[in-house]
Write a protein that binds this ligand. Structure first.
Ligand SMILES: Cc1ncc(COP(=O)(O)O)c(C=O)c1O
Length: 501
């Protein structure tokens, strides 16, 4: 990698010292709201699996860049040279971050997250080997790593997860091999998530690759959750069969909200087919009757003016994560996840979904649960209204996986729902779902303690809280006496007014 003067690394901190410095430097860590109790407290953000907060240093780097902002398709003026050089550097830096050999792989940006990239990859692989009509995914996938393959990839089959004596763990490699054997020659690719967005369970992606390659299938990794939590090695392993063919992730889950989705894929795949998207910037020459696509990567995959500013944020965040070292990030992540999990397991009234023995089945960053006899929406509302703890609830865009795990606690309701209507909307059944707490590098043990304290209070005072809420027609729990108005905290027009006064 060429040295880059915009981001000097020689005297920068690294490892633990940098982690400690960076973790307190995120925008929104001191945001306050007034609660149902009348108190005003600091928000505790436990929803990083949905979107992470913005890394302050990355944001400041992008503000600095704005002085030189220009379109990367312009070439001759000074700012365009700076923009183009920096934008190119980010692509190379990301390849380095996921250990993808730049001679073999390219990195390109698309859309605003993983979803767009996954649709692109599904179309690419289908165009590449149309004669192979099957795609294997696991049952634990986010819809973004399922529906694009159903629509563009072929016939999708869902591999069950390892049952670990009835709790659900990571993808079951033995069962996956059975599918690969049975449909040998027909499976085009296997696409699995690196980390489940529901349970935080980590899949052995390089072993999945080794297995899939043994049967001639390619391997795609949904790294939406993986990238900010676990070190990734796409290539250069001792056994090259363990290399990953394509990997997709979201910048907004990697401490850079507003940044693009990222695809890293083998150039050999992309160079033999016409790029999926066409337009400016990806052609060498255009005539009224035909056009010639450039052979240059990533240009040929990035039609149109890219999200340059978002890419700058992302490149800066990735660079900082790499300077800290992802081994260290993972260690911290597992430590705080286990710290929380252990305390949650102490309450019999709390059901945690997925395998909870993290020695046999490691997890990072995410825990989904329910409190027995309480609906997930009510728990999430109380955590918010009384404790200023931001969590996600419902089904996390992973209906098949969530439904499978809810069998553990809600088998009767599931059976009844099946009989009622076929196409039932999930939010109309208030029991359908879970509560999810998730961690980013800014979360502290003190915040986990506050969450555990809140959880214990809710468990102990379930009936008191139930009386304070009603459900509206959208299935949301509403406090009977307390209401929140977003414009008390942020109004775009008011903010603009202050700016232009
Ligand atoms: C595992 C996983 N895959 C895919 C996605 C989709 O990502 P995006 O919404 O950024 O397109 C998500 C988002 O939550 C996810 O967690």
């Amino acid at each position: 990698m060429e040295t880059d003067t915009l981001y000097p690394t020689t005297e920068a901190l690294s490892g633990k010292a940098l982690f400690e410095k960076i973790r307190g430097d995120f925008i929104g860590l001191d945001t306050e709201y007034t609660l149902a109790t009348g108190e005003t407290t600091r928000r505790i953000y436990l929803d990083s699996t949905a979107s992470t907060l913005m890394m302050g240093a990355a944001h400041r780097a992008s503000i600095e860049f704005l002085k030189h902002y220009a379109n990367t398709h312009s070439e001759m003026h000074f700012s365009a040279k700076i923009a183009t050089k920096t934008y190119g550097w980010i692509h190379r830096r990301i390849l380095e971050f996921v250990k993808a050999d730049p001679d073999e792989y390219t990195c390109y940006f698309t859309g605003s997250g993983t979803t767009s990239g996954m649709n692109r990859v599904a179309r690419t692989f289908n165009t590449l080997r149309p004669e192979r009509d099957i795609v294997l995914v696991s049952i634990m996938e986010h819809h973004s790593n399922d529906l694009p393959h159903r629509k563009h990839g072929g016939k999708v089959m869902h591999i069950p997860v390892d049952t670990h004596e009835s709790t659900m763990g990571c993808v079951d490699l033995d069962l996956m091999e059975k599918y690969l054997q049975e449909f040998e020659g027909r499976v085009n690719y296997v696409s699995v998530t690196g980390i489940s967005n529901v349970t935080g369970i980590i899949n052995p992606i390089n072993q999945v690759a080794e297995l899939a390659h043994r049967y001639g299938a390619y391997v795609v990794v949904d790294a939406a959750q993986l990238v900010a939590h676990v070190p990734i090695q796409m290539s250069g392993l001792e056994n090259s069969e363990m290399d990953i063919d394509a990997l997709v992730f979201s910048g907004h889950k990697t401490y850079a909200p507003g940044s693009p989705g990222v695809v890293i894929a083998r150039k050999s795949f992309l160079s033999v087919i016409e790029p999926d998207e066409v337009g400016g910037g990806m052609v060498d020459r255009v005539f009224p009757e035909n056009y010639f696509v450039t052979k240059k990567f990533p240009d040929r995959e990035e039609a149109g003016t890219p999200n340059i500013l978002g890419a700058i944020n992302l490149g800066a965040a990735i660079h900082i994560l790499d300077l800290i070292g992802m081994d260290f990030v993972l260690e911290e992540d597992m430590e705080i996840t286990n710290y929380c999990l252990k305390q949650m397991l102490e309450r019999d009234e709390v059901v945690i979904y997925g395998e909870t023995c993290t020695d046999t089945c490691p997890r990072a960053g995410t825990i989904s649960f329910n409190i027995k006899q309480m609906n997930h929406g009510l728990v999430a509302a109380i955590l918010n209204d009384y404790y200023n703890i931001a969590v996600r609830n419902e089904c996390f865009c992973a209906h098949p996986y969530v439904e499978k795990m809810l069998e553990l606690t809600h088998s009767e309701q599931i059976e009844e729902a099946k009989e009622k209507v076929h196409q039932i909307a999930w939010h109309t059944e208030p029991w359908m779902g879970m509560v999810r707490v998730s961690f980013g590098m800014y979360n502290t043990h003190e915040e986990v303690d506050l969450f555990i304290n809140a959880l214990n209070d809710i468990v102990d005072n379930r009936e008191k809280y139930e009386k304070l809420y009603t459900i509206n027609i959208h299935g949301d729990y509403m406090h009977k006496h307390f209401s929140f108005s977003s414009k008390d905290y942020f109004s775009l027009t008011e903010t603009i007014k202050q700016e232009i006064l």
